[in-house]
Each structure stands twice: as C-alpha cells, then as structure tokens.
Design a protein around this ligand. Sequence first.
Ligand code: SIN
Length: 339
Amino acid sequence: MSKVTRRTALGLAAAVPMFAIGKGAHADPLILKFSHVVTPDAPKGKAALLFKQLAEKYTGGKVSVEVYPNSSLYKDKEELEALQLGSVQFLAPSVSKFGPLGVKEFDVFDLPFLMSDETHARAMMASPMMDLFNKKLEDKGVTPLAYWDNGPQLYTANVPLIMPDDFRGLKMRIQGSKVLDAVARQLGALPQIIAFGELYQALQTGVVDGEDNVASNISTQKLYDVQKNLTVSNHSRLTYSLITNKKFWDGLPADVRPGLDRAVKETTAFFNDTAAKDNETAMGTIKASGKTEIHLLTDDEKKAWIAKLMPVHKEMEGRFGKEFIAQIYKASGFVPPQS
Ligand code: SIN
C-alpha cells in the first residue's frame, strides 16, 4: 500500500467517533484500542490485558478496551502513525522507536551501559528531566501516561559474542534509534532496522545474524529456536512508554478519565513488578530449551565492551549536545568510566 493510501486508510479508521459516549441509560461503551507487538504472555501483553480489565472496571463499563497483541493491528512504525491519527488509543512502544515521531531525544536511552541496571533506569525515569522528554511527545500530539522498565538487554547470534570483535561483519537487527545504529557500527556490525513482528523470520532466514533484546522477549518470541548463542551483556535496557493520543486524552469526559488514570497507575505498578520476574523465568526457559548457549561476560570482557562502546557517547555529543548528555548522566546517576 502506498504511503498516501495507507495514511488515508488509517485516517478513515480515525473517523470513527471516538469521543461519542452515548447519553442514554444503556449507552454503548466507548471502544478503545490498545495495540502492541509482543505476545499476550510477555510483560507488556499481560499489562495490556490488566489495563483492559481495570479500565473497564474503574469506569463502570463506560469504556471497552480491545487489546491487539503480536502486531496483529499495526507494526512498529505504523502504530505510531495510527496513534497520531487517532485510529488507536493506547500503545506501549519501546522509546528506541520514537525517532519517526520527530522526537530524537529518546535515543539517548540507548547509550551503551548508561542504564545497565535497574537503579539507573529508575533514577532516570523518576528524574525531572523526564518533563523535557514528555514535552517533546506532547508537541507531537502524543501524551505519555507512564514509563515501563522491561529490563536489561542481551545480545543473541549464531556465533559466540564474547569480545567486541566478535560482532565484526555480522548483520545485526536494531530497533531504529540512531544510537543503536552507531553502537552496531562501532562494533563493526551492519545494523538493519526490522520490525519486531518480523524478527523471528529475519533471524531464521538469515536476513540478519543477531539482535539484542530482553530475556522475556527472547523466550516468548522463541528466538532461542533460531539463535545458538546468547550473551548476558546488560548493555542497555528496554524502556517502554505507555502513550495515548493527546487530543483524545484531553477530551475524555470527566466521568471516564479518573477511572483510566487509576488503571494506568495500577498497571504501571504491576508492570514494574513483573518484568524482572519474567526475565528470570525466561532465562530458565531459554536454558531448558538446550538450543542456546548462554555466556555471562566476565569482568575483563565487560571492561573491553565498555572501552569499545564509550566512544559512541562521545560521537553522540554531536547529535544531542555535550550539555544534554551530561544532564542525562546526572539524571540516571551514570558515571562514565575513566579512560
Ligand atoms: C517490544 O518489546 O515491544 C519490542 C522490542 C523490540 O522491538 O525489540
């Protein structure tokens, strides 16, 4: 479908009166769509189902939430376009995919080792700097409702990835951010943006050789079927933002919005409590599959990875400004290693 035709199709869907809540005693519920790209049993999939349940309960049935998992409604890039057009009301994409919205700042979340543990990630998400990120989204007609930390990212491939040189010449799938592109290039790999819904097949058919992801995605997508090696590199984190269309959100009736606010809050608590547990269980599943060899980086190997990848921070000063990157370090509590 051409871009114009696809936009038109999305626009037509948006013409459905999303603010029209009937006034009669038996008014039809407002239908709200929540689209995502993972399986229903991944942390985001479970959170979407919980949100549906809570939103319907706390609004007394005034809304009905339809959840579309597994990229069944939209893929990575088109779901953002659909949200801006009002064809879908809720998404929870990885912030590494916000580039097409015209918001480049979120790419800094991918700076290698910036948020390699939960403490740094939570500090970042709780910092006043998030107001700046939020404003960037609002300017694009997108309201961020919450941030969800899905845990540390691990690399997978069909060769052992022990030292940075092991990436040389590999075709690596990336999510889309310019920082991830720079990371792959710095490792001597060839980055390729591929939608999450196409990842398994791309790995299976050799379109790409490897990728990075959280354990729960590697497990629920069964990537271990097509990847012989996994390195526990913890080089970055997978951060989601639960987002909605600003016009839709601001225009919600006063007897609906508080119920949805409450559902967002409780779903966020659930997500942030669930992700780490699911990653742990997923590592067990991957191990038990017997198909993927797991390597834990030693301290020396980790040092070599950090030394190799810190120049990406320097390179990105050209894109984001030295001062902005310094502010990010402060917000997340990251202390760059002395070289
Ligand atoms: C997701 O968890 O939403 C997808 C992450 C990815 O694209 O790798």
